[in-house]
Design a protein around this ligand. Structure first.
Ligand code: FAD
Length: 313
């Protein structure tokens, strides 16, 4: 019931400026975001890797309409990748990139053929830096208005960087077909349920329908030739994925589990200890507002905790 209003607030600039004054170290933010700087991200990476976990790092930011901001995001990823390589952490750390943070929404007037092309070139730059560091990039998926543009950028990037991964959201009606198209050899696909507020004509809005779609998509990916990345905290989905792995003779390492930083950490360690590849998504940076609101929408029980942190700031 609260999911819709919280997700609407996620895009409110007024609420964002109010809430963003809260320090990243305050309770609820710190539970989901380890810090604002490259050093914070590298420290979190090192700690998780010591526990046998893999990571993917997201320099927070989205929906930018400022070319300088997009350039700064690219620079932040390059700095991070160089630091991961320097510290010997890159083999078990990749990066996750939101195309709207690196220019997808820039207008035609920004030059270079507009937002789609700018995002493609910026993503190419990050993929090159990732390859130099010895690792890979996964393109996060945002709301359904960006899906075609994101998948088209993925196709372009994969010509030079075939290791680039994509994210598909089970809540969208189109996703089962997208899974079929991307279940080929060499294709890395992260399957998640979907975190955005979507209209009924393009998405399942009922939780049971989203879960059923997740299972259908999982079946396609696990039966396929690609590398499925199973991104969920849902114990049922983890169990179904494990059964599908056995059914298709997939050993750990031919697929992986993914969960978000700070969510079900004991389960993350349990799966890693059981021999599974378990990757933790680490968001970092100052632009944590939209990310935090999406997490609150998934677990409105945390709202009281969140409001208390706001009042005591
Ligand atoms: P839910 O249906 O939210 O929860 C199912 C069950 O999981 C709950 O009943 C509970 O048992 C357990 N659970 C869930 N949350 C918690 C919690 N906070 N604490 C304890 N137990 C919990 N979305 C996008 O739209 N685009 C992306 O690019 C994207 N990338 C992602 C990357 C990763 C690695 C992950 C894990 C998620 C990503 N998401 C992305 C978010 C995703 O779409 C979901 O919104 C989010 O993962 C919640 O869905 P769920 O599968 O965990 O299940």
């Amino acid at each position: 019931m609260l999911r819709q209003p919280i997700l609407m607030l996620a895009r409110s600039q007024r609420v964002k400026s109010l809430v963003s004054a809260m320090p990243v170290s305050s309770g609820i933010v710190a539970n989901h975001v380890p810090g604002e700087t490259t050093a914070d991200a590298v420290r979190a990476t090192s700690e998780l890797q010591e526990d046998g976990l893999y990571v993917t790092l997201d320099y927070l930011g989205e929906d930018t309409t400022d070319a300088a901001q997009a350039d700064a995001t690219v620079a932040a990823y390059k700095e991070l990748l160089a630091e991961l390589a320097a510290q010997g952490l890159a083999a078990k750390a990749e990066v996750s990139v939101k195309l709207s943070a690196i220019g997808q929404f820039l207008p035609e007037s920004a030059g270079f053929g507009g937002g789609h092309k700018i995002a493609l070139e910026n993503a190419r730059d990050i993929c090159r830096a990732a390859r130099n560091a010895g690792t890979t990039v996964t393109l996060d998926m945002e709301d359904h208005t960006t899906t075609d543009s994101t998948l088209s950028i993925l196709r372009e990037l994969r010509k030079d960087f075939p290791e680039t991964g994509a994210v598909l959201q089970a809540m969208l009606h189109r996703t089962e077909a997208d899974c079929r198209a991307l279940a080929h050899e060499g294709s890395r696909v992260r399957l998640c349920k979907g975190a955005y507020l979507e209209p009924e004509d393009v998405a399942f809005t009922d939780k049971t329908d989203i879960d059923k779609s997740y299972v259908r998509c999982l079946k396609v990916l696990m039966a396929g030739q690609g590398y499925p990345m199973i991104a969920t905290h849902d114990p049922r989905m983890v169990q179904i994925a494990s059964s599908l792995a056995s059914r298709h003779g997939r050993s750990p390492g031919t697929y992986e589990f993914q969960m978000l930083y700070g969510i079900r950490p004991e389960e993350q360690r349990r799966l890693a200890a059981a021999g599974e590849t378990m990757r933790v998504y680490i968001p970092y940076g100052t632009e944590w507002y939209g990310y935090l609101m999406r997490r609150l929408a998934e677990k409105p029980q945390n709202l009281t905790f969140f409001l208390r942190s706001l009042i005591s700031k």
